[in-house]
Design a protein around this ligand. Structure first.
Ligand code: HEC
Length: 108
């Protein structure tokens, strides 16, 4: 039992560490165009995006916005493909995904 708790604690800390990383990626690469809790910017608020999108869609959009904007309902693509490492994309996706614990697709 004690081991299990240790494992859970370790897993928890590393998850938070990555969330911190994701927040950093957001601050340095996304905040110029995306807010997180309201306000106006060029791109949509990521808190709302977190409510509507699945993780794999977030990652796909961040990697290749020009390949996905129509599927996402936009008539034009203003978001550039950013020079991010795969790990940075993973981290920022985890961060965005954490903004909303309940998602649109969870509703019946
Ligand atoms: C230069 C401005 C700009 C930057 C920088 C930028 N975005 Fe965007 N983003 C946009 C715009 C504008 C849209 C709306 C669609 C489009 O024009 O491509 C968008 C759309 C998106 C979407 C799709 C939203 C939906 O409808 O579900 C996601 C996800 C996203 N951005 C995430 C990010 C993340 C994460 C970063 C940082 C790693 C980032 N963006 C950086 C401007 C930007």
């Amino acid at each position: 039992m004690k081991n299990l708790i240790t494992i859970l604690l370790l897993a928890g800390t590393s998850l938070w560490a990555d969330m911190d990383q994701g927040k950093k990626v957001y601050a340095s690469s996304c905040a110029i165009c995306h807010t997180v809790n309201g306000g106006s910017a060029l791109g949509p608020d990521l808190n709302i995006v977190s409510y509507t999108r699945k993780k794999e869609d977030l990652a796909a959009y961040i990697k290749e916005p020009y390949n996905h904007y129509e599927r996402f309902g936009y008539s034009a693509n203003a978001m550039p493909a950013l020079p991010l490492e795969d790990k940075e994309i993973e981290d920022v996706v985890d961060y965005i995904d954490s903004l909303q614990p309940f998602k649109k697709w969870m509703k019946k």
